[in-house]
Design a binder for this molecule. Structure first.
Ligand SMILES: Nc1ncnc2c1ncn2[C@@H]1O[C@H](COP(=O)(O)OP(=O)(O)OP(=O)(O)O)[C@@H](O)[C@H]1O
Ligand SMILES: [Mg+2]
Length: 204
């Protein structure tokens, strides 16, 4: 069966509001009658669990190359076991982080963006990739200091630079995240509904 659903991912710096906005979008679309699946990366599969244990905290961290390969492997499983299945059932899938996070974080760590793209070539392109843009200084204030080694100001600036390259080439749709949660959620919903209606996406 061919793909009939609609695939959205939500990207941005740590603490920019991805989880809140992804969940709000899922709720709002469900209220409008759409069949929506919430998902996130790292996934809840075995590789995702391994990533949470060995990639997100300083003391046990593996090298950037291993990290990039693990994220790509987790994503392959995530796409194959969860995303494609839901899309084939005609659902809307909203993922809290996706392939752009690999480019942004491992790219910021100095890896070649082309290589990151190659190891992620099995990750299907989303129909819409939202980038919640928040100033690096703002997210630093929102985050607890011990949360993750990826979260210092210098890193956040580099990560944002990579994300902005994708905004400039049109792959990411930028939403101004420096506003209230409600205003950000309203903007995301407007963009999503416009695309769903344009593509005449059918409710179940
Ligand atoms: N627009 C906003 N204005 C003020 N605070 C916000 C806004 N959006 C999110 N926050 C707050 O920022 C914190 C991080 O939000 P959230 O967990 O959704 O971010 P995230 O992007 O998923 O972070 P992570 O990358 O760490 O998973 C939360 O305490 C949340 O309440
Ligand atoms: Mg989150």
């Amino acid at each position: 069966m061919g793909r009939r659903g609609f695939f959205i991912c939500v990207e941005g710096l740590d603490g920019c509001g991805k989880t809140i906005q992804t969940k709000t979008l899922v709720e709002r679309l469900r209220k409008k009658g759409y069949d929506v699946v919430y998902t996130a990366e790292p996934s809840h599969g075995k590789i995702g669990d391994f990533i949470r244990e060995y990639c997100l905290h300083g003391e046990k961290r593996v090298s950037s190359i291993v990290e990039a390969l693990l994220f790509a492997a987790d994503r392959f499983e995530h796409v194959k076991k969860e995303i494609i299945q839901a899309l084939n059932e005609g659902k809307i899938v909203v993922s809290d982080r996706y392939v752009y996070s690999s480019s942004a974080y491992q790219g910021a760590a100095g890896l070649d963006l082309k290589w990151i793209e190659i190891i992620n070539e099995h990750a299907m392109r989303p129909d819409l990739a939202v980038f919640i843009d928040v100033e690096p200084e703002t997210v630093i204030q929102r985050l607890k200091p011990e949360k993750s080694v990826m979260e210092n100001l210098e890193t956040q600036r580099k990560v944002r630079e990579v994300y902005m390259k994708f905004v400039e080439n049109g792959e990411l749709t930028k939403i101004n995240g420096n506003r209230s949660k409600r205003e950000v959620a309203d903007d995301i919903l407007t963009v999503v509904l416009r695309l769903l209606e344009k593509g005449r996406f059918m409710k179940p």
